[in-house]
Structure formats: C-alpha cells, structure tokens
Design a protein around this ligand. Structure first.
Ligand code: ADP
Length: 608
C-alpha cells in the first residue's frame, strides 16, 4: 500500500498542506509580534518625543520634592495615550532602577533590570527591542534641577501572546480542514492518474497472456491519453507481427510434423530438442515418454554411423550428407546441418538431422544391378551349352551320327531358349516403357476359357493330367486385350502342367463377380514353399532353379503375366502349399482401364 502511486499522491498533498499552513502561520505570528513591538515603540516615541506635552508636564513636576507621585498622576492622566492597561504598566524609577512609584506596585517591586533600563540608568533612552524576551519595555531618563528619574513602561506582551494563540488555533483548524480538502482532492487526482495506468497495466498483462481483443479506453487528450493511444497502436502492431510469426511457425510445424523425411534437432550437448512423427516412427519412439531416451550419440549408434568420421567431415563442411545407410531393411540418406538457437540469453549451435528414406531408389538400383546379372547369367548358360556342343562336334569329326545330332539338337534347343529369353525381355521392356500396343475388344469369357483348355489339352494329356474347365454361364462380357490375356492364362496353365507330377489334375475356373471376373487355375502339383511365394512374380525368380530350368522355365512368365493384368486394372495372386498344389487367381474388371488409352498397335506378346 505504501508503495502505490495513489497513496504517494495523497501523502504528498497532505505534507504539502501541512508545510504550507505551518509556513503561513509562522509568517503571521512573526508579523503579529513585529506589529505589536513596532506599535509599542511608535506609541512610546510619540509620547516621549522632545517637546511633547507629556515630557513637558513630567519635567515640570520634577521641580520639587516628592515629584514621583506628581509624575504618577500625570502618567495616569496620559494612560490612554500610553496604552496603559492590565498588561502594560508605567513605573517611575530612581537612577539605580528602584521603583519610586508606578501603576502596579506589586509588579514594580519585582522589576528585573533590563538592557533598556540599564541604557536609561546610563542616561540614554532605552528603546531597543529584544526578540527573545517575553516582554516589551521603554526607559526614558529625566533630569531636572538635580532631580533624576527614569520613566519606565513595561508591556507583558500578554495581548500579543493571546493573539498568537488565536492564530495558532486558526492555523491548526486550517491545517485540519486543508488536510481534509487535500485528501479529497488528491484522491480524485490520484484516481484520474492511476486509473488509466491500472488499465494499461491490466491490458499489458492480458497481452502477455496472449489476449489482444480489448482496446485500452482513451478518456483524455493529455499525456495519459496519448500514452493509451500509443499503447493501442503498439498492441495492434504486436498482434499483427505475432500473427505473422505464428502463421509462419504453424506452416513450419505442419511441414515438420507431416514431412515424409525424419527430422531430429539436437542442442549443443547432443540432447534432443525436436523430433517429428516420421522420425518417431523410424526409431520406434511412438510412446509418450520415449523421446527422452533419444540423443545424438544414440541416434548415431542406432544408425551405425561412425561418429568421428562424421564430426571430421562436418567440421570441413557444415552441411554433410551420408547416403545409403541400411537400417531395418531401409536405405537412408542422412543430412547433418548446423542451426543456431537462443537459450536463455546466449546463442548456441545445434545439429539438425534430416533422414530421407531412399529405399525405393536403392531397391531399384539394386534390382537393376541384379537384373543385369540375371540376364547375363541366363544368357551365358545356353551360350556355354551351345559352345560346348558345337566345339565337341568340331573336335570329334568321327563322332557317330546319333551323338552328333544329339549335340546339334541340344545347341538348337539352347538357341530357342535364348530366343525365348530375349523375346520375353523385349515384351517386358515394352510393358515397362508403355510401348505395348493393346488391342482392346469385348469378348465372351466362356469362349475364352474353352480356347485355353483347347490349346493346353494336348500338353496336359502328354503328362497324363486331367484338365477341367468350369465356367459360369452368365458372366458378362469382358473388355481387354483378349490375345494377351489368353497368353497370360496359357502361361499359368502351362506352369501347372510343368510343375505337377504326371497324372495330376488341373482345373480352370471362371466366376462372375459384381464388377469383375475371377479366373483361377488350380493344380495338385509340387507347390511352392511359403518363403518363395512373395517373389514368384519377380523377374527371373524361379523356385529351385535347377528343377525349373530343367522344365524349360525362364522365370519371366509370371512377371509378364503380372504386368499385363496390372495394365488392365486387374489383380493376380498366388496361393500354394508344398506337396499339395498351387492356385493362381486372376481378377479382371469388366471394363478395363486400358480402354481409356489403348495405345499403338504392334506385334503381339510372345509367351512360351
Ligand atoms: P518359369 O518360366 O520358370 O515357369 P514363371 O515366371 O512362369 O517362370 O514362374 C516362376 C516360378 O514359379 C517357376 O520357376 C516355378 O518355380 C514357380 N511356379 C509357377 N507356377 C507354379 C506351379 N503351378 N506350381 C509350382 N511352381 C510354380
């Protein structure tokens, strides 16, 4: 309370009033005393001036013995002029200061010797005023015909004191009322000053809490009004700046949160400052309190990055990238970048790590490399066989005709195989580059199934298989490249024929669904191990390579089938159990997505 402005203003007013009143009363008192003493002196000097009637009469009375009683008579007669009262007395003294006669015998008997009295004893008029005394006096020496006396007038100043007392009482009352008025006035003044300041303070507090809605009221044109106006302006500028900053920040946070790249920011001590969703997912920190466990060194350990190598490279270049870090089957590019941040009063430098999942590109590069290796391998095998066969025939001219034919036949078969591989690769290449010409037509699916069975019957019979064709009657017509889809299904049935021991059963079925037809080829053949199932649609992938190449497979048939079915907007999948058999399903929409843009027409697809 003692520190607030309101109290201070009231206190200043009260002190000011007391000081002012006290000063006024002091001046009044001094002047009153001066007036009294000057008035006393004036009266005395007038009465006792040379040639005055009083002096003449007093001098005349001194011409005989017992003059003091005569003089006393005269002075009593002049008491009006001399202002004689109960507070002011006259005395006739001898030259030693002893009273001869006077207006108050009691007081006169106890008269003290004063400086003015001493002056008169020495023959001078005693008319000096002493400020520190409680009386005023005047001593007039007289000497006539050898008679000497001193006329001594003494005023007890009682009247002045009564007057001063009255002034003092008035002053006290004035101070009291002045103080009341000062308190009331200062209260209103303080209110006028403090209210806008309090309003500004609470507004500033609201701004600090982030609330910008209310304006400070401007009630006057004075400095406080200007301050309120300036404050409102400052608040508006601050609000728009904050809005701008928070907008930018929100944009950044959204970007940071939903960025597909993992982002982690570490402070100068390697402690985690920020982490986004992708990074949490990458490092399995999705629990509420998991973030605390992450640090820069831990991240480096998890990603198996050489800390010293990075710090050396980072020192040379403040933006350093490490590519193809393999972590949990993903290929990651990690970028280290420096950033500055303010902590407390000081500025520090942290490290921002942006982790980009490059698995797609990495896998593509890898599969390209593997593909080239596979192609080379697939072509080298028949070439080696051809070379071996031809060399044998050349080296041994005496070879019997049967053996020589056998070698030459083998060379021709290997050439066919190579031709098949190259043709299938060409088909795949066209499909990859969208250069395949599609011949879109609408066809009947039961006719389509019958045709496949007709084509495959001879092959199936050669292996002693039973080929069953089950096709729903009421399947709507299907749109697509009939020839290529036929080749896909022939390839699938041919696989069943190949990978089913002689005397097996192969069933081709077709069922109509709401917006597509489901074609399935089921056999009771060797089946495919579970771990190989996800890979059978990859190029050159064969289960037990030796077994399948004996069967004349290239490992490209299902890859091509998948590309063709996908291009139609359909699906292909495989279910199999080793020793029990395999089921391959193809789902084709009645309306193919190829009808939108069938492309150029070229030669058909070659399928073994
Ligand atoms: P291939 O020319 O080798 O037959 P595919 O791409 O047609 O190539 O098939 C890939 C591999 O999938 C085959 O090598 C074979 O191991 C396996 N496979 C495909 N169909 C069957 C099936 N019906 N039964 C058993 N294995 C099969």
């Amino acid at each position: 309370m003692y520190k607030n402005l309101h109290f201070k203003i009231i206190l200043i007013f009260v002190i000011f009033t007391i000081v002012l009143m006290t000063a006024i009363s002091a001046v009044l008192l001094t002047n009153a005393y001066n007036f009294y003493s000057n008035d006393f002196l004036d009266e005395m000097e007038t009465s006792f001036s040379d040639g005055s009637s009083l002096v003449a009469e007093l001098s005349e009375a001194m011409n005989g013995a017992g003059f003091s009683s005569k003089q006393s008579e005269i002075l009593r007669a002049y008491s009006g002029m001399l202002g004689i009262s109960k507070y002011r007395n006259y005395y006739i003294l001898d030259t030693s200061g002893k009273m001869l006669d006077g207006s108050d015998a009691t007081l006169g008997a106890a008269l003290e010797v004063t400086p003015n009295m001493l002056s008169a004893i020495s023959g001078q008029v005693g008319d000096k005023t002493q400020f520190w005394t409680s009386y005023m006096d005047y001593a007039y020496p007289m000497s006539v015909d050898g008679n000497e006396c001193i006329i001594y007038i003494k005023d007890s100043q009682e009247e002045a004191r009564n007057f001063a007392e009255m002034i003092f009482q008035i002053t006290v009352q004035a101070i009291f009322f002045g103080m009341l008025v000062a308190i009331v006035l200062s209260f209103f003044l303080a209110k006028a000053i403090v209210s806008p300041i309090s309003e500004l303070t609470s507004s500033a507090r609201r701004i600090a809490e982030g609330e910008f809605s209310e304006e400070v009221k401007v009630n006057s044109n004075d400095e406080i009004g200007t301050l309120s106006l300036t404050f409102n302006h400052m608040k508006n500028v601050l609000k728009s700046t904050l809005d701008e900053i928070s907008g930018e920040r929100q944009k950044f946070e959204t970007l940071f949160l939903y960025l597909n790249d993992a982002v982690l920011a570490f402070d100068s001590h390697g402690k985690l400052m920020h982490i986004n969703k992708t990074a949490k997912k990458l490092f399995g920190l999705e629990g509420e309190n998991d973030d605390g466990a992450m640090s820069f060194s831990r991240m480096m350990r998890i990603l198996q990055i050489d800390y010293h190598e990075v710090s050396q490279k980072y020192r040379e270049n403040r933006n350093y990238v490490i590519s193809d870090i393999i972590f949990e089957g993903k290929a990651l590019d990690v970028t280290f970048a420096e950033f500055r941040y303010v902590q407390g009063e000081s500025e520090s430098t942290g490290i921002m790590c942006v982790i980009h999942d490059n698995t797609g590109r990495y896998e593509l590069d890898k599969s390209r490399r593997e593909f080239v290796a596979d192609v080379s391998h697939e072509l080298r095998t028949p070439l080696t066989s051809i070379k071996g066969a031809v060399e044998t025939v050349l080296e041994y001219p005496d070879l019997d005709a049967e053996s020589r034919d056998g070698f030459l036949k083998m060379a021709v078969e290997e050439c066919d195989r190579m031709t098949r591989i190259v043709s299938e690769l060409l088909v795949l290449s066209r499909l990859d580059n969208n250069r395949t010409a599609w011949k879109i037509e609408t066809f009947d699916i039961s006719q389509f199934c019958r045709r496949i069975c007709d084509v495959m019957t001879v092959d199936a019979l050669n292996h002693g298989h039973t080929l069953v064709c089950n096709c729903d009657d009421a399947i709507p017509q299907v749109e697509g490249d009939r020839e290529k889809l036929q080749q896909v299904m022939i390839n699938i049935v041919a696989n069943s024929v190949k990978y089913t021991p002689d005397g097996g059963k192969i069933t081709l079925e077709a069922h109509g669904e709401a917006d597509s037809v489901l074609l399935t080829v089921t056999d009771n053949g060797v089946g495919i191990p579970e771990e190989d199932l996800p890979r059978v649609f990859e190029r050159f992938y064969r289960v037990e390579k030796s077994r399948t190449s004996d069967a004349g497979g290239t490992g490209l048939g299902l890859a091509i089938a998948k590309e063709i079915v996908d291009a139609h907007g359909g699906q292909i999948w495989i279910e199999s159990k080793v020793g029990e058999g395999t089921k391959i399903s193809v789902k084709l929409p009645y309306v193919t997505k190829l009808s939108v843009n069938p492309g150029m027409e070229t030669t058909g697809i070659i399928i073994k």
